[in-house]
Write a protein that binds this ligand. Structure first.
Ligand code: SAM
Length: 454
């Protein structure tokens, strides 16, 4: 089977690859790289990515190490004339930040004139990973973010070889993360090769989109996606059990789906009188099954917990992931400039701090120039943070502060704060365990292994 790029990506970009374009901090866009059709008259460049930072023909993004910074094309190969760009229109709201065009711009006799955004900006081209996909994927629903799914996958014991049931697929964020968890690049046993994600989605357009993504990300061998109402139709695939041992339900009413996840036909599930076939469980009878449900309301949790217990699930507990990103940084510059030198200990804003920095830099330059003119090399060149030299200025604070030898930006107090905007879809996570089937034969076999057996 082809090894999907998302699971084992190569070191350099190539045509057909999914790339994640980093436009600015926390601003990612996915892009499928296309083979360049070659320059025409040294100008048209085939498929081109147009951003507000400039134009990037795909040819400049190919065969380069992942993580590379790429400068905008010297010539605007973009879609001017067909779609207005931010730079041209000055109208941010009307034009998307990024367009991927076919690069059909017509060569003109004076291409240089088109170099409106010549090398005006740059992007970084990143190797795709499930985490970056989560950041950049086209949102069709609320998605599960990395802080939640990393914890969930750990708790439901997803590892190479695990078969996971997931519903609903939604935007595929969890699907991509879980497929990597169950994929084994170096299988040692048949069990290791069995890892697969069985995903179900009720909404038809989301299902079709997921099918396309699974296909274009070469995940078909590792993800089965079905168009299904799991409340009514359960989790069998073509009438057969997926033999799963891990389940993740991100559904509005998970309790309606849980009844399909028992070892035996639930008592309240009526059997069609014309159907005498045996109940088929989607779970592997030989393995302990782990489940996680993801619900925003406590009422949903209560109903889910109650139904899990009734159906024999044990070790039921609930967790809320409350992730914080801590940012550590230096305190603002104005707050540590000596008061007696006129600094405002609490600068109102960045502009004030910047103007103080500029003043300091100016003084530093002046001091260096005077020193050079006097030929004072080798003499004490300590400067206070505001650029004065305490050794030579009798009126200045003559006490040499240890910290004054440091660069200005090194001198603020080191502080930290929690970043509030960490993307996470706060929900309650309910976990539970269903023990494996245990028959008379299992008991006899186990007993026979005891030293005092027989
Ligand atoms: N976990 C997904 C992700 O990370 O991208 C997001 C899931 S989204 C919040 C919930 C999805 O469940 C929706 O796409 C919805 O169409 C689907 N859904 C709702 N009821 C369903 C049902 N009875 N059977 C299957 N899918 C269902």
């Amino acid at each position: 089977a082809t090894v999907p790029q998302l699971l084992e990506p190569a070191q350099r970009s190539k045509p057909g690859d999914l790339a994640i374009v980093l436009l600015a901090r926390d601003n990612y866009e996915p892009l499928i790289l296309e083979q360049s059709t070659g320059a025409v008259d040294g100008y048209a460049e085939g498929a081109t990515l147009n951003t507000r930072f400039g134009s990037f023909p795909h040819s400049t993004l190919l065969d380069i190490p992942w993580g590379s910074q790429v400068r905008a094309s010297a010539v605007d190969t973009g879609s001017r004339g067909r779609k207005r760009r931010r730079d041209d229109s000055g109208d941010d709201a009307s034009t998307p930040a990024l367009e991927d065009t076919e690069g059909t711009a017509t060569p003109t006799s004076a291409p240089a004139k088109k170099a409106v955004t010549a090398s005006s900006g740059f992007i970084h081209i990143l190797r795709p990973s499930p985490e970056l996909w989560t950041y950049s994927l086209p949102h069709r629903t609320q998605v599960v973010y990395t802080p939640d799914y990393s914890y969930i996958l750990n708790r439901i014991r997803a590892r190479p070889g695990t078969r996971i049931i997931e519903a609903g697929a939604g935007s595929g964020s969890f699907t991509h993360a879980s497929v990597r968890a169950v994929y084994n690049g170096a299988p040692k046993s048949d069990d290791d090769r069995k890892g697969k994600v069985f995903s179900f989605e009720f909404n038809e357009s989301r299902f079709r989109k997921m099918e396309e993504e699974v296909e274009s990300h070469c995940l078909k061998d590792f993800v089965s996606i079905k168009h299904r109402d799991v409340y009514n139709e359960g989790f069998l695939v073509d009438g057969k059990s997926p033999m799963a041992s891990a389940v993740f339900l991100d559904l509005p009413a998970p309790w309606k789906a849980i009844r399909h996840l028992s070892r035996r036909r639930p008592q309240d599930m009526e059997q069609d009188p014309n159907d005498d076939s045996e109940w088929v469980s989607p779970l592997d009878p030989r393995k302990t099954a782990m489940i996680c449900t993801f619900s925003p309301c406590i009422e949903q949790v209560i109903q889910t917990v109650s139904d899990l217990r009734k159906l024999g699930w044990v070790e039921v507990d609930m967790v809320e992931v409350s992730n914080k990103r801590l940012v550590s940084q230096r305190d603002r510059i104005g707050s540590y400039l000596p008061k007696e030198k006129g600094a405002n200990p609490n600068p109102a804003d960045v502009t004030e701090a910047l103007s103080k920095l500029r003043e300091v830099n100016q003084k530093t330059k002046e001091f260096t120039r005077i020193k050079a003119n006097r030929g004072e090399e080798g003499q004490n060149d300590q400067m206070d943070v505001d650029g004065s030299n305490p050794e030579r200025e009798p009126n200045a604070n003559n006490k040499l502060d240890e910290s004054s030898t440091e660069k200005v930006w090194m001198q603020g107090r080191l502080i930290h704060r929690a970043e509030s905007e960490l993307k996470s879809h706060t929900s309650y996570l309910v976990f539970a365990t269903l023990p494996p089937e245990w028959s008379e034969e299992d008991e006899a076999a186990a007993f026979a292994k005891w030293p005092c057996g027989n």
